[in-house]
Ligand binder design. Structure first.
Ligand code: ZN
Length: 57
């Protein structure tokens, strides 16, 4: 699963965690951190998945 870094200015906001592809693992996995800036990737207790559909704004 690709997770988006919650830091707006992150130089590399796309993080990929193969173990998060499993929904069971996703619920029990430890907090993940951005591999680039080290910021926690959870927001409001949930991960922010990358949306494939482009949306301006
Ligand atoms: Zn980051």
């Amino acid at each position: 699963m690709e997770v988006h870094c919650t830091r707006p200015r992150c130089p590399r906001s796309q993080n990929y965690f193969a173990d998060l592809d499993d929904i069971t693992t996703l619920k029990t996995a430890q907090q993940k951190y951005c591999t680039m800036c080290g910021k926690a990737l959870m927001r409001d207790g949930r991960y922010v998945p990358i949306k494939l559909s482009g949306k301006s704004g």
